[in-house]
Design a protein around this ligand. Structure first.
Ligand code: COA
Length: 285
């Protein structure tokens, strides 16, 4: 049985960003054809599912809003876990059923639980998207206020923490996401970048390590630090820790950072920063 659909304004190339005309978008058509392959899958084991791995489809004709589209799939080849489907789509836009797409889709049968375990890390660390940077700033402020008593009225420093969108121009801002929720962040800058405060030539500096207070003591800062170390390759890493911030100092020591008192500095009266350096290959991981 084909799957039938009616083209709505949510299905157009404009709506999906795949073009700028108000006709059925190719990616929506492909999704409908893939859905037809799911319907046409032979019966699988209770712990199995199938995932699409290859799509080869010709989109032959444009379909207007309001038209009906029937998507059809049938298995034409099976080789162990691999299933190949022939797919077709027809539309009815007033002239009866007209072929609008044809091709092949390949699916692979997988065991659901191991597949999800492999592909869904409990914590995902990646570079931030530009639109995430304002939230990165807010998270930093929240963590720094809860962390070592930065007072809310320290407007000057809060503004620096919120400046992630500008800093991202020559620094790499990483985010840690747990089930899609932003729970941590850190920024990496090479010597010479605006954000690099103490890095000497050849060193990589990281700043603004921050974890959302409700997620403290769950290994998120460790994971961020491991991501920083991995990105630094064979380069020395350096960071500054405000005097008295023992949680951070303890974390960095555990990863092979050592304090270098000769490089300590006082960027503002009463704000004493201790510099920690990690030569490549030192300590965990
Ligand atoms: C410091 C901070 C980033 C730690 O984040 P976190 O995700 O809670 O840290 P983790 O769970 O990965 O802990 C890693 C290690 O840090 C140290 N640590 C973290 N919180 C600590 C605390 N409250 N007291 C003592 N040590 C602490 C411990 O060594 C811990 O290892 P352990 O749990 O095996 O003992 C977080 O508290 C924070 O955002 N603080 C405010 C901002 C800040 O101080 N940033 C650092 C600027 S240099």
């Amino acid at each position: 049985m084909p799957r039938s659909h009616v083209v709505t304004s949510a299905d157009t190339a404009i709506a999906l960003g795949s073009g700028d005309v108000p006709v059925l978008a190719t990616p929506r058509l492909i999704a409908w054809l893939e859905a037809a392959t799911v319907d046409a899958c032979p019966e699988l084991g209770a712990d199995e599912t199938s995932v699409g791995t290859r799509v080869d489809i010709e989109h032959l004709a444009a379909t207007p809003l309001g038209a009906r589209v029937d998507a059809h799939a049938e298995v034409v080849h099976r080789d162990g876990r691999l299933l190949r489907f022939a797919v077709t789509a027809h539309h009815d836009a007033g002239q009866g059923h007209v072929l609008i797409a044809q091709g092949q889709v390949t699916r692979v049968v997988v065991r659901r639980a191991p597949f999800l375990e492999r592909t869904t890390p409990s914590l995902l660390i990646r570079e931030a998207l530009p639109e995430e940077l304002p939230a990165v700033g807010e998270l930093r402020v929240e963590a720094y206020i809860a962390g070592y008593g930065m007072a809310t009225e320290e407007v000057g420093y809060a503004a620096v923490l919120r400046d992630a969108p500008v800093q991202a121009a020559d620094a790499e801002v990483l985010v840690a996401l747990r089930e899609g929720e932003l729970v941590g962040t850190v920024a990496i800058a090479r010597a010479g970048a605006r954000l690099a405060e103490v890095a000497q030539p050849g060193e990589v500096e990281f700043r603004f390590m921050a974890v959302a207070p409700h997620a403290w003591r769950q290994g998120i800062a460790q994971a961020l630090l491991e991501a920083v170390i991995a990105r630094a390759d064979d380069t020395s890493l350096v960071c500054s820790v405000i005097e008295g911030n023992e949680p951070a100092a303890r974390l960095y020591r555990a990863y092979g950072f050592t304090p270098i008192p000769s490089r300590d500095h006082e960027p503002a009266p009463g704000v004493r920063l201790r510099v920690f350096v990690r030569p490549p290959g030192a300590g965990r991981p």
